[in-house]
Design a protein. Structure first.
Length: 422
């Protein structure tokens, strides 16, 4: 690929400006993302006394435990996690997502071993800092804006990094260590960016579905194209046929265990006399094993069964990238995301050090673009497409263009005023 020097300088200018504004946020995202990867390592020993019990005697019925949970939980439980070992406390779940809480009951004594409220945990705070800067919806939009510009930073950074003449090992794939410090830090920044660029784009793709504007638009496209979950995936779309007495929770769990679904298996409770028991499994290491089965609460017969094949292609892709984003596919994925986060931190710090060493006094050090340079139609088309894909990027781009126009107008006006004064 032959590079155009003026285009290279123009792209470097905007890479520089965007990087200067985004870097503090990028650094924060990479650090909090790294911390969150250790969620299980941090929480398992800390919550062990709540989730594990001493095995003795015969467990009391799940139906009785459900009654205890209904009486003692902050909010009435809506589901149960099926235990996989005798020393595991029975977990009853109330709420969803950020408002989720789990009540744990000792199955042998009926005593509540503890309650974990998601929004009160340390890792929930880390997640909120990572996803919304602890600033709610406004913070989420800032993170989305930074993530959108990160895509632009990666693309422009790759173009600026690309050799203009011939390929060399040093300076393009490994840093030059025998030159000045600024060159070394510049190389570390550019080369680390090259090595993680594809992985970083994949991780960003997994983070965008959580955002406000892009995420809402993506869900709307799923709805219009019918490529999300089928409508009957949700239990409120299915009804039981009231006939006689409802089955006990123990009977439903016994039926669920015979299916031997992999991963964490959840049973959602019926909502009213016509509601259904819904069985689902969470197994991110093998998304294709995911199932959702609705049972009649009176007969215990399955009313409807959904598998991975019933999920639309956009939802499948979304789930895959979101699982990859969190390193949930196994050790290889976890290490890959961890190394990428560490490299992103190194890349950000080296960019700051390179800038500090390059910057002159009383100057921001913004690269100067030749006055003769004109933005081509190809660049305009790319910017329009990026603006449509990432609306917050588009809005920020319009703001930048307005500021740039006003700045040039004021500069020209001042020049004309000086001429008139002579």
């Amino acid at each position: 690929m032959k590079k155009k020097s003026k285009l290279n300088t123009w792209l470097w200018k905007w890479h520089f400006i965007a990087g200067l504004i985004s870097l503090p946020f990028v650094l924060m995202l990479s650090i909090t993302g790294t911390i969150y990867l250790f969620k299980s390592n941090y929480e398992i020993p800390k919550q062990k006394h709540i989730k594990e019990v001493t095995v003795f005697g015969t467990p009391i019925s799940l139906q009785e435990q459900w009654s205890i949970a209904n009486t003692n939980a902050i909010k009435k439980p809506n589901s149960l996690i099926i235990s996989t070992s005798p020393n595991q406390a029975t977990e009853f779940i109330s709420g969803r997502f950020g408002s989720k809480s789990s009540l744990f009951i000792n199955p042998y004594t009926g005593v509540i071993s503890g309650e974990i409220i998601s929004k009160k945990t340390d890792m929930h705070t880390v997640r909120k800092l990572h996803g919304e800067l602890l600033m709610g919806k406004f913070g989420t939009k800032i993170v989305e804006l930074i993530a959108s510009w990160m895509v632009v930073l990666i693309v422009t950074g790759l173009y600026v990094w690309w050799p203009s003449r011939r390929w060399k090992l040093k300076g393009y794939f490994i840093p030059r260590t025998k030159l000045d410090h600024r060159t070394f830090y510049r190389d570390v920044h550019a080369i680390s960016g090259f090595w993680i660029s594809i992985l970083l784009l994949m991780i960003l793709a997994g983070g965008f579905p959580w955002t406000d504007v892009f995420g809402t638009n993506f869900k709307q496209i799923q709805k219009i194209t019918n490529t999300g979950y089928p409508a009957t995936w949700q239990e409120n779309q299915i009804q039981s046929n009231p006939s006689g007495n409802a089955l006990t929770l123990d009977q439903i769990v016994a039926k669920a265990k015979t299916l031997q679904l992999p991963g964490v298996v959840t049973i959602s409770f019926p909502k009213g006399p016509k509601g259904v028991y819904s069985l689902s499994n969470f197994n991110p290491s093998d998304l294709s094993s995911q199932e959702k089965i609705h049972f009649d609460q009176y007969s215990g017969e399955p009313i409807l069964k959904h598998t991975w094949k019933d999920i639309g292609i956009l939802m499948r892709g979304r789930m895959w990238f979101m699982a990859f984003h969190q390193g949930e596919f196994g050790p290889w994925n976890w290490w890959l995301v961890l190394c990428t986060a560490i490299m992103l931190t190194i890349m950000s710090v080296s960019a700051i050090l390179s800038y500090v060493l390059r910057k002159r006094k009383k100057s921001w050090g913004v690269p100067k673009v030749p006055a003769s340079f004109k933005v081509g139609y190809g660049i305009v088309v790319i910017l329009v497409l990026l603006s449509l894909l990432f609306p917050l990027f588009g809005i920020s781009l319009i703001c930048i263009l307005i500021i740039e126009y006003v700045r040039r107008y004021m500069k020209l006006k001042n020049q004309n005023d000086r001429i008139k004064s002579y």
